[in-house]
Design a protein around this ligand. Structure first.
Ligand code: ADP
Ligand code: MG
Length: 288
């Protein structure tokens, strides 16, 4: 039978904007020693701003942005949304003749008969396009038209206001290790990790690599210790399912992630995880 105190705990969590899908997840929070975070949309706002447009051929900045925005016309990725809003003009959907979103890489599209590639370094390497490696810190969208590298666009995301305190609170609650997994570049990953005081950062990961990192951690930890994963869920459903306690952001998060998660943070604040652990500890004290 389920101790009544757990229902009280679920209610207290709910009053704090934390939806717990069962008393067993609240109990599991008491044993969490490793907290793994996704970056974009989880620790950062997931709202990107274009901070630089850098053509490397005679193409104009306007045209570079126009091709990028058209290539990204059908993508829901926050990067795509920022490119379209910075472009600001109407997208000529009839100009898009073909479109493929390549998970963890970017876009391959045919715009006005030209093949456009828009994505990260991984995409350029995969397609054998020589490219510039800029010094700027930011998420870099490289663009190639008809296999020729034509430049890059820099977009930046901000860390959430409570992200630093979220990590600090977890440490004070006895979490052994905090970790961040991201598909973004090493430079961006390490900068965000250092800013927030995260112990370990793994960058340039594809969604399946995120699952492999959780599995590796699972091998290292003691049997009774549990792993929590916190994600906004664009691509994160497998990791949410694989971790002991899967936690999704309920605001920005995708429906699939909210469905796959054990706990949902309704207002997207990562610091709510520490509140949930505190409630779980308090609940346990009342029960036993
Ligand atoms: P994260 O782990 O940061 O949430 P994703 O797995 O969603 O990241 O994406 C990883 C990386 O793949 C992004 O940082 C970006 O470089 C690239 N990428 C993914 N989708 C797109 C897209 N639509 N346009 C451009 N780049 C993309
Ligand atoms: Mg994400």
């Amino acid at each position: 039978s389920i101790p009544l105190g757990f229902f009280g705990g679920i209610g207290a969590a709910s009053k704090n904007g934390i939806l717990v899908k069962g008393s067993n997840y609240l109990e599991a929070l008491n044993h969490v020693k490793y907290v793994v975070f996704d970056k974009t949309g989880t620790l950062t706002k997931g709202v990107f701003t274009v901070t630089g447009i850098h053509p490397t051929t005679s193409i104009t900045k306007d045209d570079l942005l126009k091709y990028a925005a058209h290539a990204e016309a059908h993508s829901n990725h926050p990067i795509a949304e920022s490119l379209r809003s910075t472009f600001g003009k109407e997208i000529q959907t009839e100009a898009i003749q073909d479109y493929n979103e390549i998970s963890g890489h970017g876009i391959q599209a045919v715009i006005e008969g030209k093949e456009v590639l828009a994505g990260n370094a991984k995409l350029m390497l995969k397609e054998n396009i020589p490219f510039t490696q800029p010094d700027e810190v930011g998420t870099i969208v490289h663009i190639a038209i008809d296999r020729e590298y034509v430049g890059y666009i820099v977009i930046s995301d901000e860390v959430k206001n409570d992200a630093t305190s979220a990590i600090r609170s977890l440490k004070s609650l006895g979490i052994k290790q905090t970790m961040m997994l991201t598909g973004d570049s090493k430079k961006v990953g390490e900068t965000v990790g250092a800013t927030l005081g995260i112990d370990t950062v793994h960058a340039e990961l594809l969604p399946q690599h995120k699952v492999e990192q959780i599995e590796a951690l699972d091998q290292q930890k003691l049997a009774k210790e549990k792993i929590a994963f916190v994600g906004d869920g664009i691509n994160d459903t497998p990791v949410l399912a694989r971790s002991d306690v899967g936690i999704a952001m309920g605001g920005l998060g995708s429906d699939a992630a909210i469905e796959a998660a054990d706990i949902v943070i309704m207002n997207d604040e990562p610091s709510r995880l520490a509140s949930a652990i505190t409630i779980a500890k308090g609940t346990r004290r009342i029960v036993w």
